[in-house]
Design a protein around this ligand. Structure first.
Ligand SMILES: Cc1cc2nc3c(=O)[nH]c(=O)nc-3n(C[C@H](O)[C@H](O)[C@H](O)COP(=O)(O)O)c2cc1C
Length: 326
């Protein structure tokens, strides 16, 4: 089984993935949040995108950059830029459900434009010199759309197909549509990765029981909420509070040194804590302290106190995330 870290814009960027990789169960691949490839963008990569994918910021781990576009020439131009940094694999985003992206016919909004999508895939798979993997939802409106989409994807030599079993209009609501994923699973003959709602060992085991031949799982919110999740899944010793402390200090230092200012560093740390807080259910550190921090000093004191007083090693026993955690 392969384990991949999902791309989450603003969260699983270089600083987070490096800290995770150093202190918790390392993943086989890390997927970078999308690079938007638009004709009028000017530079190929904006400052944030470039910093995220620079090889020197991603040493010792396998990073797959991701492209969001519906124009083959923009995709191929961006691939060329990525190849200059040494990348040999790229991921195509056909899953993003956000309104502006979908209205522009990109991400999961591209899934309903079958003819245009076919033309796009013909062109990129014909001309792209490096491996392409596809990350998709089941469709734009209905899960049945995946049948035709899967047939289309099957015509191309993709590296792997990563399926998040929801449609665009689901956003992240409800449960994953396992029956529709099963349809893909039964027909599939190429590398297939499952992605969605693995928050606990039981969730993972349920997915593997339903789909024993999948090649891997991609983990997003579950691993953000509990970075020790893969240790739990593997029945390994839980990361100690010292490991947690070192991880949090690493994040703090890296954001402090690299963010443009204190406000931005604090914003990034809070974004991560939106998920991490679930690992500490015995203290409401998020609402009482971290969310309210006005500066990095207050933040650091809150974390120090949490680790000093927390009564047990975080074990991920929080189950699912609540509405806010979506
Ligand atoms: C805040 C946020 C940002 C995301 N950004 C991206 C992205 O840049 N590219 C992408 O393919 N998916 C993105 N996703 C989707 C995740 O990669 C993943 O497919 C989704 O969260 C379901 O997996 P999970 O249940 O394990 O979190 C994002 C999801 C969230 C919640």
């Amino acid at each position: 089984m392969k384990y991949y870290m999902a791309p989450l814009e603003e969260v699983t960027e270089a600083i987070y993935r490096n800290a995770y990789h150093a202190f918790f169960f390392p993943m086989d691949k890390y997927f970078a949040p999308f690079i938007s490839a638009k004709p009028n963008k000017g530079r190929l990569f904006n400052y944030r995108e470039k910093r995220d994918i620079l090889p020197e910021n991603n040493q010792n781990l396998y990073l797959v950059p991701q492209i969001l576009t519906n124009q083959s020439e923009d995709f191929l131009r961006t691939v060329k830029g990525l190849m200059e940094y040494g990348y040999q694999e790229v991921n195509l985003n056909l899953g993003c459900p956000s309104r502006p992206v979908v209205n522009g016919g990109r991400g999961s909004g591209f899934l309903e434009k079958k003819e245009k999508l076919k033309q796009f895939l013909d062109e990129i798979f014909d001309k792209c010199p490096i491996e392409i993997s596809i990350k998709t939802r089941l469709g734009r409106y209905h899960e049945e759309e995946i049948d035709e989409l899967f047939e289309l994807f099957s015509n191309y030599p993709y590296e792997e197909l990563i399926v998040h079993p929801r449609v665009q209009t689901d956003y992240y609501k409800g449960s994953p549509r396992f029956d529709a994923f099963a349809g893909v699973y039964q027909k599939n003959e190429k590398p297939l990765i499952y992605n969605g709602d693995i928050f606990t060992k039981e969730d993972y085991e349920d997915v593997v029981k339903r789909f024993p031949k999948i090649d891997g799982v991609m983990l997003g919110r579950g691993v953000l909420a509990n970075p020790g999740l893969l240790s739990v899944i593997h029945g390994q010793e839980l990361p100690s509070l010292e490991v947690w402390g070192a991880f949090l200090e690493h994040l703090y230092q890296d954001f402090t040194e690299n963010a443009v200012n204190e406000e931005k560093a604090l914003f990034k740390l809070k974004e991560i804590w939106c998920y991490l807080r679930y690992s500490f259910p015995k203290m409401d550190i998020w609402n009482t302290r971290i969310k309210r921090c006005q500066n990095l000093k207050e933040y650091r004191m809150a974390v120090e106190e949490l680790l000093k007083h927390y009564p047990e090693i975080p074990n991920g026993a929080f189950g699912k995330l609540d509405e806010e955690g979506r």
